[in-house]
Design a protein around this ligand. Structure first.
Ligand code: ADP
Ligand code: MG
Length: 290
């Protein structure tokens, strides 16, 4: 009877917005103890809007948006779309980029009009000991804004703050998992203050922030190490190592191809709440088989 049950469950899963790519790991979903969620694009919509542009003395807001957006044209990160849109709205025409490269989890680099430009994370700026307005940075971060720094020839020329929206369905998912006795954990490359702000909206009390891609995988291993069966849910290229490491890798349908190709299950509707449906379906399907 097993193959019939499986075939039926495939149809049911499709109806529930689930694409099951690895049946063996899906079977394990009924035994999960913890679900790890990436923040940007997973718990949040990943649709950033620019809220503040803060140029350093000697530069204009336009300068900062021009250089950042010219570079971000080449990036797939949700932050990039937010900055490029800002340039469109302000009718700032973008420059040509050369030697573009992405520094995973830290930002991007390239040449615009012959100048070396970086758009980078607060962590990178701190590691380079660059001087910036810490009070303003802290204030914006505490409001839940993601702040990126724009550098020209290794000198800071400004900050750009962006706001994303929390998915309502994510809050529901966390509450339902808690009812089942399953821990929800947030893992993000973004700044601690932003991470805490989002976690608070969602009722998540376990947060790991400023985590680089390989460390995301290590963090999953650590949680597994305590005898836990762990699912990882993510959307980005930076989530791929963690998706592969987890007992169950779950990709957001609206995310990157790399995440979907690495995951065991894809949430076709990009609804974090479907993680709960997935666990119920796994339990129903495999209980019938044994
Ligand atoms: P998350 O884990 O929340 O999805 P990432 O690991 O993708 O975040 O990114 C971590 C940080 O690296 C971002 O918060 C940002 O500061 C920086 N970053 C990544 N990509 C870009 C980009 N295209 N432009 C500017 N900064 C970026
Ligand atoms: Mg993400």
């Amino acid at each position: 009877a097993a193959p019939l049950v499986v075939a039926v469950s495939t149809a049911i899963s499709a109806k529930n917005g689930l694409l099951i790519r690895n049946r063996g790991n899906f079977e394990e979903a009924r035994n999960l103890n913890a679900v790890v969620f990436d923040k940007t694009g997973t718990l949040t919509k990943g649709e950033f809007g620019v809220t503040d542009v803060v140029p350093r003395e000697g530069y204009s807001e336009e300068d900062v948006v021009y250089y950042a957006a010219s570079l971000e044209q080449q990036s797939e990160h949700p932050i990039a779309a937010g900055i490029v849109n800002e340039a469109k709205e302000k009718v700032i025409h973008l420059g040509k980029i050369e030697e573009f490269q992405s520094i995973t989890g830290k930002g991007i680099e390239g040449k615009v009009d012959g100048n070396k430009i970086n758009a980078v994370s607060p962590g990178y700026v701190k590691s380079q000991n660059l001087v910036y307005d810490k009070d303003l940075f802290n204030q914006m971060s505490e409001e839940g804004k993601t702040v990126i720094f724009v550098l020209m020839n290794d000198t800071l020329i400004g900050m750009i703050a962006l706001a994303d929206m929390v998915r309502d369905t994510a809050k529901e998912a966390v509450a339902r998992l808690r009812d089942k006795g399953i821990r929800s954990i947030m893992l993000t490359g973004d700044n601690k203050k932003v991470a805490n702000w989002v976690a608070k909206q969602l009722g998540i009390d376990e947060v790991y922030a400023e985590v680089l891609p390989d460390d995301k995988a290590n963090q999953v291993k650590k949680i597994q190490g305590k005898g836990c069966k762990v699912a990882m849910t993510g959307d980005g290229i930076n989530d791929a190592p963690a998706l592969a490491t987890a007992d169950l890798g779950i990709a957001i349908g609206a995310g990157t191809d790399v995440a979907m190709e690495t995951a065991d299950v894809v949430l076709v509707k990009s609804n974090p709440n479907d993680v709960v449906g997935l666990m119920d379906l796994s339990r129903k399907t495999y209980r019938k088989m044994v």
